[in-house]
Design a protein around this ligand. Structure first.
Ligand code: URA
Ligand code: CA
Length: 426
């Protein structure tokens, strides 16, 4: 389709002049036949331009955004954003809420008493200018076309199409005004893309869009065949981010390794020509000298929370009861169903099954094992942090079912499958 044809259709749909059934037919055609790179880029820009386009030019420097396609125990934004800001790069980010079994940064931030992420665009820019870090909710006027099309995809079975996912994600990043984008494309049992080939195709489609519309885009393809960190649940994940930024988690830990790669890519986009080794060393220093942790404190304070209290743990809500999940037999952890673990946390109240559900910020799961561990019978595999016990038994069964104990040696999943980048000036 030509750009004009697509624009006529999308604009007409947003204006209410073109009915759902026509757009449904288009979505289904895209699902079966795909799009050309040009059609995908055109669709992305038309969607981005369907509402407000944020102008971040009053904030000096290259603004680099970060986005994850959605994972479990994926606390990276709360770790990466303060690390990058600590180096002096402006982090100006609009984040989303949890979707199904995968968590969202806004819900994590709002697990902190007092925090309100719904700030005006003026306040958002003011925070970014004065603090060098602002992470807030997406404004209602951003990409109305995506809101409508996403809802239609949901009910017409057309969510899982690479050009549709790629344009949905990239339209929101572009409308949010950043100059460059680092994408964390998750791959595995807890992700949209369950295998490496599909994840790579999605990564390439998004990098291609970025390059076509003049935004340097880098995509890191990372594993989601087991939870990335240990915490699944909002306040638990904030606590894990504090641990990470306090240097209490080893740099070799998977959560730290993925966070470091993402942060390094962000800084390299902001400082063209900088070397990976030099940037990684600076970011590591920002953890050791406490400046990254101070940026997290600033972020929390600026949104109305008690940053100091979050850092010392006193301000975070705690669940009433901790229930250990013990191995029913001795074995080697062969594989995990990461989506099922996310769903178990959702059953405990850590997420929303429907839009109307209310999140319990304190509850969730702390993982105590990874693929390749060999627990004995009775060893603790995970802990459930529970307030309302209604679904605790069902959640426990889901967790047992999600952790596959075997007598065979497992294949340990690769943590980072690759990086897709393309120099838009080269
Ligand atoms: N996330 C989005 O924002 N859009 C999609 O289509 C899928 C994941
Ligand atoms: Ca470039």
């Amino acid at each position: 389709m030509s750009r004009q044809e697509l624009k006529w259709l999308i604009d007409g749909y947003v204006a209410g002049e073109i009915p759902d059934y026509q757009v449904s037919a288009l979505l289904m055609a895209v699902c079966f036949a795909g799009c050309t790179a040009k059609e995908t880029a055109d669709l992305t820009m038309i969607m981005a331009e369907s509402g407000d386009m944020l102008d971040l030019s009053p904030i000096p420097g290259i603004k680099v955004d970060k986005h994850s396609t959605g994972g479990v125990a994926d606390t990276t934004t709360l770790i990466v954003a303060p690390m990058v800001a600590a180096l002096g790069l402006p982090v100006v980010k609009m984040s989303g809420r949890g979707l199904g079994h995968s968590g969202g940064t806004l819900d994590k931030l709002e697990s902190i008493p007092g925090v309100d992420t719904s700030v005006s665009t003026e306040r958002f820019l003011e925070l970014a200018r004065s603090n060098g870090i602002a992470v807030v909710g997406q404004s209602a006027e951003l990409v109305p076309a995506d809101k409508l099309i996403y809802a239609l995809r949901d009910v017409t079975g057309t969510v899982e199409s690479i050009p549709l996912i790629a344009s949905s994600v990239m339209s929101k990043k572009i409308a949010a005004g950043c100059d460059a984008i680092v994408l964390d494309v998750k791959c595995g049992s807890g992700a949209f893309m369950s295998n490496e080939a599909d994840a790579r195709e999605l990564a390439e489609a998004m990098v291609e869009i970025g390059s076509a519309v003049g935004r340097d885009t880098v995509a890191v393809i990372s594993d989601m065949n087991q939870p990335l960190g240990r915490a699944i649940g909002n306040a638990l994940e904030v606590e894990e981010a504090v641990d990470a930024l306090s240097g209490r988690i080893s740099p070799d830990d998977p959560l730290m390794r993925v966070s470091m790669v993402l942060a390094t890519k962000m800084v390299q986009l902001g400082w063209p020509g900088s070397s990976q080794e030099a940037v990684t060393a600076k970011l590591q220093s920002a953890i050791w000298n406490g400046s990254a942790l101070m940026k997290l404190k600033t972020l929390i304070d600026s949104l109305g929370g008690d940053g100091e209290g979050v850092i010392n743990g006193s301000a975070l809500p705690k669940a009433k009861k901790i229930i250990p999940i013990k191995a029913r037999e001795t074995g080697i952890i062969y594989k995990m169903d990461c989506e099922a673990l996310g769903k178990a946390a959702l059953l405990l109240g850590a997420g929303r099954a429907t839009k109307a559900d209310v999140i319990d910020p304190a509850v969730g799961i702390m993982m105590k094992c990874r693929i390749g561990d060999f627990p004995g019978k009775g060893d603790v595999l995970a802990e459930m942090h529970v307030n309302d016990e209604t679904n605790a038994e069902a959640a426990e069964e889901l967790i047992h079912g999600a952790i596959d104990l075997s007598r065979n040696a497992p294949e340990i999943p690769t943590l980072i499958y690759g990086v897709v980048e393309k120099d838009i000036r080269g």
